[in-house]
Design a protein around this ligand. Sequence first.
Ligand code: ADP
Length: 495
Amino acid sequence: MLFRTVPKSRPNFTARYSDLLFLLAVMAGFFWISRYNYVLFHSLVEAASAAVTFSAFAFAWNTRSFEHGYLLLVGLACGFLGVIGVLHALAFKGMGVFPGYGPDLPTQLWIASRYLTALTLLVAPYFLHRSLPIVPAFLTLFGITSALVASIFLGYFPRCFIEGEGLTTFKIVSEYVICGLLLLAMALMLRNRSHFDRATRHLLCAYFGFSIACGLAFTSYLGVYDFSNLVGHLLQLLSSYFFYKAIVEKGFRQPVEFLFRELKDAVQARDEFISIASHELKTPLTPLRLQLQNFQRLIQSGRADELTPEKIDRTVNLSIKQIDRMSYLVENLMDSTRLSTGKFDLNCEKVALFALLREITERHKPEQIASRCELSLLAPSEEIHLQADVIRLEQVVTNLFINALKYAPGTKIEIGALTKPDGRKLIWIHDAGPGIPAHAQDRIFLRYERLNHSDRSGGLGLGLYISREIVEAHGGSLKLESSPGKGSRFEILLP
Ligand code: ADP
């Protein structure tokens, strides 16, 4: 889990307030410098921000193998933001690095970097429970940054500041739009609060707060040395400080705790998994052995004639069921390994969807009867055809159907399929069981994750993980809508 650290003792009063005192002293120092030399003040603020962004980049880049999508995306973007930040600092009025460009240039670069920041933070939560495809992400960021910088230097970017007149409408509206995007990004981060520890969450909220305030302060200056420009830069300094505390310090100063916890979690998950897997694999073996021993006893004691064809048939059927159960578990284990090693191929062909759903539900009629579930299979007006790997698709629907039977016994289950107006195919499996609490809805799609680790309901916590991977390999999505007491609805959307 991202940014989770092992529990620590609370920082004492001195440690907590020394940070605040240090911050106030730095702010006062910066304010004092601004009174004497505004260009120096601006350069120092930008240098501090660049130091933070480049450190975040260095940390994320060097820990990219840990596959923390959120951190990695934010860190990668920081590298590009740092470059734009340096250009912005060099372009500031009075620096004289880009002759002929005037004060519009730094303002345009600032707005470009703010858009990139806000969009990155909006997209990043998507990668909280996914790994980030590094090369495409890097190339996308590189492409966006190059396009922004090129359009600014070549004169295609909208004007942001006109000497003597002040800020343009584009710049003011952009600041408000960016503040809105940052607010949304903060809401998304809070919605995924379970991925962040409390301290990180608070630091990130402070970052978002100061960053938004900084944008608002930058909506009203007439000259680049104005008071609101000064306030904006002081707020920028504060937001950089909180970003540093949340991302860089957490990353660099607490990696041991951070990694230690990850390792501890991994070892614990592995131990739990081995215990569940051995139990699950052993469960079908016991009745299988008993049935065979019974046969052996009858044969050895000369009572083979007691083995009537009906008795043999019943026992063989039961044995096949146990073997099927074991093969299912072993298949799941093998699939999970195939997925993690990337050896997972699809053989797509034309599939008649409704016929497949009917076949699956008929095959599992005995389990349905045993779980006392009432099933309604909603037939579309005409058969739906799609290109898919039929075995894999069957596996996904079976997993979800069996889960509904297993976790929502005695309830009504609805299975249906339809073609959406945009041509995509939707399959849903809806049960009226206990439902899944919001905080666990992302987690149960992860490998070996089960809602209740201690339950012995016969699962390895792999079904949903494998199902989502299969659906995503088809270019589709597997989503869950559920709330405790209201049942669960799994939706497979396929192109
Ligand atoms: P398992 O093999 O343990 O069933 P899955 O990956 O299929 O693994 O499911 C993960 C967990 O999600 C289950 O252990 C169960 O707690 C929960 N779950 C899955 N489907 C449902 C459902 N329809 N209703 C309630 N809980 C469910």
